[in-house]
Design a binder for this molecule. Sequence first.
Ligand code: SF4
Length: 338
Amino acid sequence: MPALLEVRDLRTSFVTPSGIARAVDGASFDVGTGESVALVGESGAGKSVLATSLLGLVPPPGRITGGTIRFEGHDLAALGPGSLRDLRGRRIAMIPQEPATAFDPLRRVGDQVAEVARAHGERSRAVAARRAVTMLARVGLPDPERSARSYPHELSGGMRQRVLIAMALLLEPAFVLADEPTTALDATVRAGILDLLRRLQRESGTSLLLITHDLAVVEATCTRALVMYAGQIVEDAPVVDGVVSPAHPYTRGLLASLPRIGDGRGPFRAIQGMVPAATAWPTGCRFRERCDVAIARCTIEEPLLLARQQGGAARCHLAGGGEAASPAFGASVSGSGR
Ligand code: SF4
């Protein structure tokens, strides 16, 4: 599958009173055309900073300090604000996390969806409004014409999330970044939204990068999980038959901490300790202080992200990685020493 998005050795830093926080510190990964990939990890791992880096929306005083983000022939890390604005919405779209605050509360939702088309060249208000209603129907809003005339507060949380998906997909972007799109929803609504995302993604061939801390969502939605820890991708884990197949101790720990009904594993286990501060990543393996299988080598030698014969890639001395990752990662992994 050809890569639509190629991220290589991406680095994003913030100047803080306690030093330079290297929030994203040499991340490399691909997302193929039509692929659905998850980006998972705890709070503080760097997922949100990575997402804002991809969209050119890193809040000051943060900035991208190195690496490339290749998308449809552009290096997003080097594009100016005008070119990025043109790509956002049209070729790259984002589904935000919080449907309650993502809208202008004083404008009808149909107008807010139609505005996406107007901002990208549709001159006719009537045509933009019709496209909005058609898209609201596609995302399953009941009585879409009436829903379009509603104000955000008149819709339920699940309906608002569907409207946000409609906004993101209105112009049929090639790549959608969904930032915890179901976190604010209850379990039954969440399942419906995930089904909708899967269906629309299949129908339109859109690539999806789903940011989440919920591995159950990953298993229900994605074919690969990029696991982020301490500013780096530590595993590219395949999802086999709806189950994440882990090789890295951190990914195994995340899975072990996931409650599953009726699996007979007894109480779930939390990973001990905390993600270290981004101003002082540890030497050697960044996970070593929390890893229950660490060896002496882990203290002195930083593991590389290496491809595994069984599929995927892991950044661990014990994961059985062979050569320098896959061809997709080879250049950055061997070139950067990460
Ligand atoms: Fe654990 Fe060592 Fe692997 Fe790091 S490299 S995850 S400390 S075994």
